[in-house]
Design a protein around this ligand. Structure first.
Ligand SMILES: Nc1ncnc2c1ncn2[C@@H]1O[C@H](COP(=O)(O)OP(=O)(O)OP(=O)(O)O)[C@@H](O)[C@H]1O
Ligand SMILES: [Mg+2]
Length: 116
């Protein structure tokens, strides 16, 4: 098996003085499609924040693409749960989905092709 793209060992997270989850061991391999399910407020979005390096884990080890979370640059995309758009902005469904790919370069796409 190739190195996992996401690896967690004994990971825990605390927000507002409260432990949301702990003892999490997880490996996600390249090409795997993974869904994280749970009730409102259980800590799913907080897991994404940890994987993006926005929030440090309170315990354990978290690796993304072999390094510390937040260090993978454009190799990681994120389509946020909520993003408000100006009512006059013309957005198609494909534009929103594409944010997961190039949302780090939010702006008007250059005419004639993809940006490097
Ligand atoms: N910065 C913060 N400070 C204090 N509490 C927080 C903070 N961020 C999140 N929380 C709390 O942590 C819990 C988990 O939040 P999170 O957004 O990860 O849940 P979720 O599983 O994504 O929920 P939903 O299904 O509603 O999207 C919630 O109770 C939330 O109020
Ligand atoms: Mg959420």
């Amino acid at each position: 098996m190739t190195a996992p793209v996401v690896s967690m060992r004994g990971a825990a997270v605390r927000v507002g003085g409260r432990t949301l989850w702990s003892g999490v061991d997880l490996d996600v391999g390249a090409g795997e499609f993974v869904a994280v399910l749970g009730p409102n407020g259980v800590g799913k979005s907080t897991l994404v924040k940890v994987l993006l390096g926005v929030l440090p884990p309170a315990a354990g080890e978290v690796r993304v693409l072999g390094g510390r979370p937040g260090r993978a640059g454009r190799r990681v995309g994120c389509l946020p749960q909520r993003r408000s758009f100006d009512a006059s902005l013309r957005m198609r469904g494909t534009d929103i989905v594409r944010l997961g790919w190039d949302g780090d370069r939010w702006g008007v796409p250059l005419f004639g092709g993809l940006r490097a």
